[in-house]
Design a protein around this ligand. Structure first.
Ligand code: NOJ
Length: 583
């Protein structure tokens, strides 16, 4: 492609993605992730809670999202910040009580927000009643059979049953001490030892989770984000496997896969990820959800599955509604890579009739305002500390705004992570003594872990704890600079990141961009992403992200309806994305 000097004539190729004529709410919804520990604290203990969330929901109506997804708030010893559930049918006292969950649901619905809760079916807490019963009942008991207990290898049984590593580092097996005080069997935990994996071959496990689904559906939730959806079924015999799975925060290989620079390693070759048997579970769940009628209650898979063709199997018409698209999150700030991942994602999703989803940040990865403050292609790490190279914060924010403007111009569903609407950076200098992610300890500090993206949200600049709660306590320290990003510094302020997000969400809804067709636009340089969205409400809209060094001309007559930053004499500067209606 050659650079066009001025006023390029926009020539869109034939759409590679058709317009979506199904108006089910979830197919184009923008869903905002709330991490309950860190959004808003009502009682001053420094830990966020459900009443804190309820009191602040109006912020999300102002922002203009369709739904919220709440990370786990269930009874839990918090060994993995709530992804270690001890009681799936109750609220942890740190976060409130069941009545607070009901009040949150009612208020959200009153404000027109749907509510998705997190479901953690791969593992429970070791403090779950079933696991306690399993320990007490001993080897060979029916109680043990609900989890994955095995005898150890070696003459004394003192070696783990196989060589699997935990995602958090170290062995995936822990040996128990039997009731008589002797060293006993081992149990599997793909994550922390305090997160024993369920045995999904067991009918009681299957029945229990259908019952848990109904418990929350009956209370009125609109859906579930399904944790580790690709992990429930293990290969029979639990064969050795010579790979360690890393959290999705760590590499740029996903993007490399997209361009076939590195051959994708099908995830199902692992004996514990993406086994074909998981799909029957989701078919049965879909039947449960469908029995609640319309508007649909939905399932969204958190499944780190390669390649895309396998990932979309989770969203076949009789399985889940959505799956997170982590390839997009892992793509470096390189135009060709972004175009490739957008095309591949939509084509793969279209092959099963599902919408794609888009996401740039969540509670497991370095925030994108910080990630993009490093040179494109920099190897991503699981956490950043004071000894690491520090990001270029201004550049990161500019690119983050451009990346979000690109993302929200794409058809399908989109997920936002709390604080990104403020342009919030990662905490990159947190002293180690505050770190709580189990990865930090289990890797001996080699991986700093995910605390840096989980820091409590700043609401008010001139208030203790930046207004997180009524006291100055926050469970993780807030960087001083967070005050400048506080909601009260941005609300109603033209050009702020909060107001940019509002404009994007309102314009996206008004133009129906979430259901538009998409085509590549020819005639721009290779460092420009140029797409044409088209639909009945929008007409033709150019979504153009300039990742190159030179400002880019817009076509004659283009009417800019949103821009991630100021234009320069009508041209689109470096690291800026615009949406422009075409005549
Ligand atoms: C994925 C969750 O997003 C993450 O936070 C958690 O540590 C693991 N699953 C284990 O539940």
């Amino acid at each position: 492609m050659t650079r066009t000097a001025s006023h390029p004539a926009v020539r869109a190729a034939a759409p590679f993605h058709p317009a979506d004529h199904d108006d089910a709410w979830w197919r184009s919804a923008v869903i905002y992730q709330i991490y309950p520990r860190s959004w808003a604290d009502s009682d001053g203990d420094g830990m966020g809670d459900l009443p804190g969330i309820t009191a602040r929901l109006e912020h999300l109506q102002y922002l203009g999202v369709d739904a919220i997804w709440l990370s786990p708030f269930y009874t839990s010893p918090q060994a993995d910040a709530g992804y270690d559930v001890a009681d799936y049918r109750d609220v942890d006292p740190r976060f409130g009580a069941l009545a607070d969950a009901d009040a949150l649901l009612a208020r959200a619905h009153e404000l027109g927000l749907k509510v998705i809760v997190d479901l953690v079916p791969n593992h429970s807490s070791d403090e779950h009643a079933w696991f306690r019963a399993a320990l007490a009942a001993g080897p060979g008991s029916p109680e043990r059979d609900r989890y994955i207990f095995r005898d150890g290898r070696g003459p004394a049984g003192d070696e783990p049953p196989n060589n699997w590593d935990s995602v958090f580092g170290g062995s995936a097996w822990t040996r128990v001490t039997e009731a008589d005080g002797t060293p006993g069997q081992w149990y599997l935990h793909l994550f922390d030892p305090k997160q024993p994996d369920f045995n999904w071959d067991h009918d009681e496990v299957r029945a229990e989770f259908e019952s848990v689904l109904r418990f929350w559906l009956d209370r009125g939730v609109d859906g579930f984000r399904v944790d580790v959806a690709h992990g429930l079924v293990k290969q029979p015999g639990l064969p050795d496997w010579h790979n360690r799975t890393h959290m999705l925060g760590e590499t740029d290989e996903a993007a490399a896969h997209v361009l076939d620079k590195v051959k994708p390693q099908p995830t199902n070759l692992s004996p514990y990820w993406d086994q074909d048997g998981v799909h029957e579970i989701y078919r049965s769940w879909r039947r449960v959800l469908d029995s609640y009628g319309t508007p649909a209650r939905i399932l969204c898979a958190e499944a780190w599955v390669e390649p895309q063709e396998r990932a979309v199997l989770y969203t076949r018409p009789d399985e889940m509604h959505q799956a997170f698209n982590f390839d997009f999150l892992g793509t470096p700030w390189v135009a060709e890579d972004l175009v490739a991942v957008i095309e591949r994602s939509l084509e793969a999703a279209d092959s099963v009739g599902a919408p794609s989803t888009w996401v740039l940040s969540n509670h497991d990865v370095v925030r994108h305002a910080t990630r993009l403050g490093y040179a494109p292609g920099t190897k991503r790490k699981n956490g950043i500390g004071a000894d690491d190279p520090q990001p270029d914060r201004a550049r990161g924010l500019q690119r983050a705004r451009a990346a979000t403007t690109l993302m929200l111009g794409l058809p399908g569903g989109a997920y936002l992570y709390q604080g990104e609407e403020l342009g919030l950076p990662e905490s990159t200098t947190m002293p180690d003594e505050f770190r709580q992610d189990p990865t930090f300890v289990r890797t001996g500090g080699e991986e700093l872990g995910r605390d840096g993206c989980r820091v409590p949200i700043p609401w008010t600049k001139d208030a203790p704890g930046f207004g997180f709660g009524p006291s100055d306590r926050t469970w993780l320290p807030q960087p001083e600079v967070y005050g400048d990003y506080a909601v009260d510094q941005q609300r109603g302020v033209a050009g702020s990141t909060l107001e940019l997000y509002r404009t994007l969400l309102a314009t996206r809804a008004e133009l129906g961009l979430g259901r538009a067709s998409l085509a590549l636009v020819e005639g721009y340089a290779a460092d420009v992403v140029a797409l044409e969205a088209a639909g009945p409400e929008s007409g033709r809209v150019l979504v153009l992200a300039n990742l190159g060094d030179e400002a880019v001309e817009l076509p004659a007559g283009a009417d800019v309806v949103a821009a991630s930053g100021p234009l320069a004499d009508g041209r689109v500067p470096t690291d800026t994305t615009v949406w422009a209606r075409l005549a």
